[in-house]
Write a new protein. Structure first.
Length: 344
């Protein structure tokens, strides 16, 4: 089954650097993200995603609130989370918040559900990491029931049961659009198919082609469930500037700062320039001129049979001017070039 191609952008709301070199306050970063979403809409981008984090280097802990501000100033772009950490949230409140966003945006909202690669939200909201798997599985099961837009009867082990409970508001259309974020486990792939939801692959390193077995597994799972396959998307980091050299020069210092900060917490070695360049040439970093980035995105779309590609363009304290130019180039030059490559 063929689906329309969507080309989108993601941001985690990384704390940015002001012109004087100082880090911006969170309030300024939040306003910058809204301006980024407005520009993405004006530049022809199909989707704008905002991540959820609960740590000092990211400003966004409530993506739906930021997306509502963007919705009020845009008219066509789809708006969603990237991702919502469902394991440490209440699926009923997630459904209500994004249904509210759907109404405010005239049906443009969607939610990408995941467990998240960061775990700060678990102690913050009083959840036990030892329940990592059961929390996501049961909360996803409840969320899937809520999407049917009818009184819900549900029972699990993590909360009191629901008996013919209606949840409001209802979304603008027949159902709230939802994806399941998949980081690379076969169990997550099959789970997405079981719940009849589109799958968004988080491809943050290595050759994108290594995810082809998951794409094939997803198709096989749908065949076994006797249902038509849902769309597949991918999210990867990158940055666009006028030339390849300019993109690498601007992106490298702040990307390294972000990578090394997170790596110091996870036991990774400091990022070396050779590894950075190797990931651009043969891996999952989409850094370069519009022509270079478009060609690489088109190859990934063909290799994996994607119907959506999302570029995570924020990385460390990149200044707002660089982020805005990247967004403009992605919408006005990269996206049309990708479509030309795929039609050739």
């Amino acid at each position: 089954m063929a689906f329309p191609l969507e080309l989108g952008l993601d941001t985690f709301g990384d704390v940015t650097r002001a012109p004087d070199g100082a880090l911006n306050p969170y309030s300024a970063v939040l306003r910058e993200v809204v301006e980024q979403g407005v520009l993405a809409d004006a530049s022809g981008v199909d989707f704008f995603g905002v991540g959820e984090h609960h740590r000092a280097d990211f400003a966004v802990s409530a993506p739906d609130v930021v997306l509502a501000a963007i919705a009020a100033r845009t008219s066509r772009i789809r708006l969603g989370s990237a991702v919502t950490v469902l394991s440490s949230d209440d699926p009923i409140r997630v459904f209500q918040r994004f249904s509210t966003l759907d109404g405010l945006s005239a049906g443009r909202a969607e939610v990408i559900l995941g467990r998240g690669s960061f775990t700060e939200s678990f102690p913050l909201f009083g959840f036990d990491l030892r329940q990592y798997e059961v929390l996501f599985e049961e909360k996803l099961d409840l969320f899937a029931a809520l999407r049917k837009a009818e009184p819900v009867t549900w029972q699990g082990s993590i909360r009191p049961p629901l008996r013919a409970q209606s949840v409001y508001p209802l979304p603008e259309g027949d159902t709230l659009r939802a994806w399941i974020g998949v980081g690379g486990s076969p169990e997550s792939v099959v789970r997405a198919a079981r719940y009849d939801m589109p799958m968004l692959l988080a491809i943050i390193g290595g050759d994108p082609a290594r995810f082809r077995p998951y794409v094939d597994l997803y198709a096989r799972a749908f065949a076994e469930f006797g249902r038509p396959v849902q769309p597949i998307g991918a999210h990867s980091p990158g940055f666009v500037a006028e030339t390849d050299d300019a993109a690498r020069e601007v992106f490298w210092p702040d990307y390294k700062r972000m990578h090394d900060q997170i790596g110091s917490e996870r036991g990774w070695p400091p990022l070396e320039k050779a590894s950075f360049e190797r990931e651009i040439e043969r891996g999952s970093l989409y850094v370069g001129s519009p022509e270079t980035v478009a060609a690489k995105i088109a190859r990934t779309i063909k290799t994996l049979g994607l119907s959506r590609f999302q570029l995570k363009y924020s990385a460390g304290p990149l200044p707002q001017s660089a982020l805005m130019r990247c967004i403009e180039l992605f919408g006005t030059r990269v996206a049309p070039l990708v479509r030309e490559h795929l039609e050739a």
